[in-house]
Write a protein that binds this ligand. Structure first.
Ligand code: IMP
Ligand code: MG
Length: 180
């Protein structure tokens, strides 16, 4: 692959990512037995994980999509979350599972959960492919985690650097030369 040369370390292969989706899908299937959860994909980062995850859920689900931006000074996010694309569904009394690519400082999801709670859902849980707890600023814990990772900037399987690498089939650490 042409993009491989920009990756200095592969963290999770396509097979390992698939295994995480299978494990989380089975757990969600058990936890939501007798319910029909609304699976909410946070665009664009969660798109690849989302489509694999929902196919590992052996039950009726509904899906919806949302895009948010988190403006801050420089490269880190702020709690100043703006909805770029809102849900199509009414979430009143629904069981919501927010699906996100990575939980970093936690600012974006913390604020997003607050905003969605105002719409009176029955419940809200968070599923993330990757958790980077070392960087956490806001007090937020994901309910479902694919893998926990150290404080490294990763790309692939939906995660981007400058809107690139989302289509890498694995998750890897970006070579520092790419930033230069
Ligand atoms: P935070 O939790 O509010 O700090 O922001 C989470 C968002 O930052 C994620 O949805 C990603 O878009 C982005 N992000 C954080 N860490 C990484 C990374 O290692 N690679 C790619 N994007 C990241
Ligand atoms: Mg993102």
């Amino acid at each position: 692959m042409k993009m491989d040369k920009d990756i200095c370390k592969v963290l999770f292969t396509a097979e390992e990512l698939q295994a995480a989706c299978k494990r989380l899908g089975e757990t969600l299937t058990k936890d939501y037995e007798g319910k029909e959860p609304l699976m909410v994909c946070i665009l664009n980062g969660a798109s690849v994980f989302f489509t694999d995850l929902i196919r590992e859920m052996d039950m009726h689900v509904n899906i919806d999509f949302m895009a948010v931006s988190s403006y801050g000074s420089g490269t880190t996010s702020s709690g100043n979350v703006k909805i770029i694309k809102d849900l199509n569904s009414d979430i009143h009394n629904r069981d919501i599972v927010i699906v996100e690519d990575i939980l970093d400082t936690g600012r974006t999801l913390h604020r997003l959960v607050e905003m969605l709670k105002e719409r009176d859902p029955a419940s809200i849980k968070i599923a993330v492919l990757l958790d980077k707890p070392a960087r956490r600023v806001d007090d937020i814990k994901p309910d479902y985690v694919g893998y926990t990772i150290p404080d490294e900037f990763v790309v692939g399987y939906g995660l981007d650097y400058d809107e690139r690498y989302r289509n890498l089939p694995y998750v890897g650490v970006l070579d520092p030369s790419v930033y230069a």
